[in-house]
Design a protein around this ligand. Structure first.
Ligand SMILES: C[S@@+](CC[C@H](N)C(=O)[O-])C[C@H]1O[C@@H](n2cnc3c(N)ncnc32)[C@H](O)[C@@H]1O
Length: 200
């Protein structure tokens, strides 16, 4: 555990990863938190589910550094963080049929019309990538405080033939609040959530 490196840097950014490159315990279910921010959710999940492995993906260097330090301090060896763009990671890098759950929690909503094309859920590389990297019964879980983003996400994913919507009642399983979610709830905003499963 002494030499465990929480920050994951691919040796080659242009080929698909194998599960063994990410975690030594490559037989354990892998979960990915896209845009993991300060890593609150990632670390709590890793602590609660020691039998699973968690990869956070984040593009901002300062946040990646913070998450890596948080993982190191916690002594966890089932969590790592990768500094990269989410759509590319999902589309090209993650192991094929290797991710059991993919979390997209409070993503940047890009509310201005001219920025809508930057929205992750509307990105075809991302949508195709989800099908590519999820395990046959893998899940995509999404939360946002932005009602319009939620409408777009549900409109798109409810219609994708490869996915089916699952119920997600509050407290149906351990799922800690993220840093942004806590802030939005404290500000009186509503959090919308949806969960889809890849059809086998
Ligand atoms: C609104 S914050 C939410 C952070 C965290 N998920 C939470 O709920 O507390 C969005 C995060 O996603 C990161 N992010 C935005 N777009 C990204 C992308 N395309 N690839 C990787 N990270 C991204 C941002 O840097 C930021 O840390």
């Amino acid at each position: 555990m002494g030499d465990f490196e929480p920050r994951f840097t691919p040796t080659d950014y242009f080929r698909e990863l194998t599960p063994g490159e990410l975690f030594q315990a490559s037989d354990r279910p892998l979960e990915v938190d896209l845009g993991c921010g300060d890593g609150t959710f990632l670390v709590e999940m890793a602590r609660h589910y020691p039998e699973r492995c968690f990869l956070g993906v984040e593009r901002l260097e300062g946040r990646v550094d913070k998450v890596a330090r948080k993982i190191k301090r916690s002594g966890l060896t089932n969590a790592r963080v990768l500094r990269l763009e989410s759509s590319y990671t999902v589309g090209w890098l993650l192991p094929a049929a290797g991710v059991s759950r993919l979390h997209l929690l409070c993503p940047d909503p890009w509310p201005k019309k001219k920025h809508h094309r930057r929205r992750l859920v509307a990105d075809l590389e991302f949508q195709g990538g989800l099908e590519r990297c999820l395990t046959p019964d893998g899940e995509f879980l999404h939360k946002t405080d932005n009602p319009e983003y939620f409408e777009v996400a549900t409109g798109l994913f409810d219609q994708l033939p490869a996915f089916q919507r699952l119920d997600w009642p509050e407290d149906s399983f351990f799922y800690p609040r993220t840093d942004f979610e806590k802030q939005w709830l404290a500000a009186g905003r509503t959090i919308h959530r949806a969960r889809w499963q890849l059809k086998k």
